[in-house]
Design a protein around this ligand. Structure first.
Ligand SMILES: [Zn+2]
Length: 485
């Protein structure tokens, strides 16, 4: 028996500042342990925190990109717990008065859109890291005090798949807003989930289970699926559902129990005495809002409106801001938005997927791709040749498109005389095929199209070739049109 799945996500995103949240230590990923530390982030006696203005600005920017409200005053709070990677014994966080409340984002499940509420976003300093090897455990405190924004969703998600879509969209928005590199492998974006099940139609929430510290989309969807199935089983068997915290191993693809909670953690939050309440001026918030870039939902709507692209096309193009920018540059330069979408989605995105490159490393500048698209439109080269030239440039050819076409003699053959001559040669070579066509076997005419294209080294104008072959055999040109996929 299946039950309704209720999921909320807590996402920690590391803000892309130059320095840490409360001290001047560098904030970047370093392999050498314990080098980016000072008395403040180590929590040595007598040291005092000061708030990093850039972190503040990025946190507000992220919250505004998530359509959240920024209350006029925010406060910091101490969260108490002991862990070997937290030498201070406290974490400076926010409790009752966070930087942002009541945000939302929209997920899109194959065209079906749903708005997912965001309860709050608050600042928190990160803890260090324990690195376990066989015999010993080492502590690396480089990460201690790096600025995090914790983004807490409402329990609005109804399936592990929705949780994944939410996390993907959240990451896309944060990347658009340029507040974090969102590198999941390096831990810049980490996700905890809570999940419960209940009878359909029941308004009350069931007992919550948690899954900690996931850093991939796959981990989120897979682990939630496994815990959901486990909770459904327990409920169907009328077991007493306990408050379990789970871990997930990407290696084995399995969940494991970390601990069973008797009651809620008591972190004994209290106001951070070393940092005063902070009021954010309307002017500052408005200035940050005005500087926000066009966000994914708005860009998607504009691409559909201005360029007449489909939801499928905009979905692919807008998922990555750099790809969207690249597309728009090609579409504008070629003055051909639809063709540009086809090329970017089918050729560019495919090449990037296969090679693992990002669009920033893609060897073809937007103007070059626009040249190819314009060349096909103006009948200077045909489509297969254009793809060949694209591949040559991807493979390292440094010449301009026009130079490759001219020097390698790749121009399209539009000369009807040359096409007719190739047709005559093909017919002389295989009179039987010609007889078949004349006898009513229309598809055999395609053999002649192929022969002519071969003779012209693949550079014939496909439309002209088809037309001449059709006319020669007295067929309507549509008879030879390629079947649309
Ligand atoms: Zn420091």
């Amino acid at each position: 028996m299946k039950y309704e799945c209720v999921i909320g996500l807590e996402v920690h995103v590391q803000l892309a500042t130059a320095t840490k949240l409360f001290c001047a230590c560098p904030n970047h990923f370093t392999r050498e342990p314990n080098v980016n530390v000072c008395p403040v982030c180590l929590g040595l006696p007598g040291s005092l925190p000061t708030i990093n203005a850039e972190a503040l600005r990025l946190g507000v920017k992220a919250a505004l990109a998530l359509d959240a409200e920024i209350p006029p005053v925010m406060k910091f709070a101490r969260k108490h717990y002991y862990y070997p990677d937290l030498p201070k014994g406290i974490q400076i966080s926010q409790y009752e008065e966070p930087v942002a409340v009541r945000g939302a984002l929209e997920i899109n499940d194959n065209g079906e859109k749903r708005r997912i509420g965001i309860t709050r976003a608050h600042f928190e300093e990160d803890a260090g890291k324990l690195i376990h090897s066989q015999a010993v455990s080492n502590v690396d405190l480089n990460r201690t005090g790096t600025p995090l924004l914790e983004i807490v969703s409402e329990p609005d998600l109804r399936s592990p798949r929705e949780a994944r879509l939410y996390l993907e969209m959240l990451r896309t928005i944060l990347l658009y807003a340029a507040v974090s590199d969102c590198n999941m492998e390096e831990g810049s974006l980490r996700c905890d989930a809570n999940i419960s099940v209940r009878e359909f139609g029941d308004a009350r929430l069931g007992v919550k289970n948690e899954i900690k510290n996931m850093n991939s989309f796959r981990a989120v969807e897979n682990s939630l699926t496994l815990v959901y199935e486990e909770l459904c089983r327990q409920k169907a068997d009328r077991e007493n559902i306990r408050q379990v915290t789970w871990g997930y191993s990407l290696d084995t693809g399995k969940i494991f129990q970390m601990r069973v909670k008797e009651d809620a953690n008591d972190y004994r939050y209290f106001p951070e005495p070393d940092l005063p309440p902070l009021s954010l001026s309307r002017a500052m918030v408005d200035e940050i809002r005005a500087a926000l870039p066009e966000l994914p939902a708005a860009k998607e709507a504009r691409f559909q409106r201005e360029y007449h692209l489909t939801a499928y096309e905009t979905g692919i193009l807008v998922a990555d801001r750099s790809l969207a920018d690249y597309y728009e540059a090609v579409a504008t330069a070629a003055n051909a938005p639809k063709e540009a979408a086809n090329w970017v989605i089918n050729e560019v995105a495919r090449t990037l997927n296969e090679s693992g490159l990002t669009i920033k490393d893609f060897p073809l500048a937007p103007a070059q791709l626009a040249d190819l698209i314009g060349g096909v439109r103006d009948k200077k080269i045909n489509q297969p040749t254009a793809k060949k030239v694209l591949q040559m440039i991807i493979d390292g050819d440094k010449r301009e498109v026009a130079a490759i076409v001219a020097q390698d003699h790749l121009a399209q053959v539009n000369d009807t005389g040359a096409i007719a001559a190739a047709l005559a040669a093909a017919e002389a070579k295989n009179p039987a095929a010609a007889a078949e066509v004349r006898g009513g076997k229309t598809p055999a005419a395609m053999w002649f199209v192929g022969q002519i294209m071969g003779q012209l080294q693949g550079q014939g104008d496909p439309a002209a070739v088809t037309q001449i072959v059709a006319a020669h055999f007295g067929l309507p040109p549509e008879a030879l049109a390629k079947k649309k996929k």
